[in-house]
Design a protein around this ligand. Structure first.
Ligand SMILES: Nc1ncnc2c1ncn2[C@@H]1O[C@H](COP(=O)(O)OP(=O)(O)O)[C@@H](O)[C@H]1O
Ligand SMILES: [Mg+2]
Length: 323
């Protein structure tokens, strides 16, 4: 068995843009462009990048909640891109997702008990009534909710508690892999740490593997062993988180991480302020998409997209003029 639970190779997702009276295709967005990465069993890979850079699209494509345009998704040694509906339904048990907005993803008319029982129903788990009840209580305990939560409705809970319900629902089918798509971004800061710590404890206890999407770099650094950085549909750098802080090769990574306040003010870190806005993904700049905002850009950067360079076994980047 390989060390890697998930291996993604050259994944692309292109959305058509329809316009005009007849809804003709007037353009397209390469929301995810030739993205490759691997995640080891039991590891957390963080995924960061500005809003609109393709993080959610990448996560959903990996689970085939949206169909990738091309590329390979190797899960447990098998390429799942061509799995049919039935095989995919079986596999869904192993791969779950937690969303940013716990309220929108819970049916307000269902009790928490029914919300948690639904995925078991779909996958034919714990069909015996007593076993089901036992499992429901176990799930609540795992996410540290009281057992009387079973008969309550989502609106009776706080934001953090609702996210715990979503986590319990993901756990109900005993997954191996969970994509956490900005799971704490909508929560109060005081609650964020509790939910992040819960996710880390569950990972340890249940041997889970995470892809953790966030735009808060502090949260990502805390929970992830490695971090991948996306810019306009491309994964521009991936490395261990400490390596990205201290030894980023891509100027975009450097700028992103330089913006994090450090607790020690004597650590006089240079802060890099990027000029300009993120370009439109419908009409990306030529060559390296980052070149219009890059202080190191050369002619080569304007004309050709850089290939991936191996800085070390765990550190890759795509840049013609690395730091
Ligand atoms: N269903 C869709 N149809 C067309 N464009 C989409 C669709 N979903 C996302 N996009 C576009 O793909 C790009 C990436 O979006 P998204 O994956 O949501 O980014 P992020 O999660 O990093 O904020 C954006 O330009 C967005 O407008
Ligand atoms: Mg998103």
């Amino acid at each position: 068995m390989s060390d890697y639970l998930l291996e993604v190779n050259n994944l692309c997702k292109r959305f058509p843009i329809k316009g005009g009276l007849f809804g003709r295709e007037v353009g397209h967005v390469n929301a995810v462009n030739n993205v490759s990465f691997k995640i080891k069993r039991g590891e957390t890979l963080g995924l960061v990048g500005e809003s609109g850079c393709g993080k959610t699209t990448l996560g959903r494509s990996v689970l085939r909640l949206i169909e990738p345009t091309s590329g390979e998704i190797i899960f447990n040694g098998e390429n799942i891109v061509n799995y049919d509906k039935n095989k995919m339904r079986e596999l869904r048990r192993k791969m779950q997702i937690i969303f940013q907005d716990p309220y929108a993803s819970l049916n307000p008319r269902m009790t928490v008990g029914n919300i948690l029982a639904e995925p078991m129903e779909i996958h034919g788990l714990n069909t015996d009534k007593a076993a089901r009840k036992k499992r429901l209580l176990e799930l609540l305990d795992q996410v540290q909710l009281p057992s009387d939560a079973l008969n309550k409705y989502p609106h009776e809970f706080s934001g953090g508690q609702r996210q715990r319900v979503c986590i319990a629902r993901a756990l109900a089918v005993e997954p191996e892999f969970i994509i956490c798509d900005e799971p704490v971004s909508a929560l109060d800061v005081s609650v964020q740490a509790q939910v992040v710590n819960l996710l880390m404890d569950l990972q340890k206890d249940l041997g889970l593997t995470y892809l953790f999407i966030a735009h808060d770099l502090k949260v990502v650094e805390y929970i992830s062993s490695r971090v991948a950085v996306m810019y306009l549909g491309n994964m521009v750098e991936v490395a261990e988180s400490s390596e990205l802080y201290g030894n980023a090769k891509h100027p975009y990574t450097k700028a992103l991480f330089s913006a994090i306040p450090k607790p020690d003010p004597n650590l006089n870190k240079e802060r890099i302020i990027l000029e300009g806005d993120i370009p439109s993904p419908m009409n990306p700049p030529s060559g390296c998409h980052f070149h219009p905002r890059c202080w190191l850009a050369s002619d080569e950067c304007r004309s050709s997209y850089p290939n991936s360079t191996n800085q070390s076994e765990t550190h890759q980047y795509k840049c013609h003029n690395p730091l």
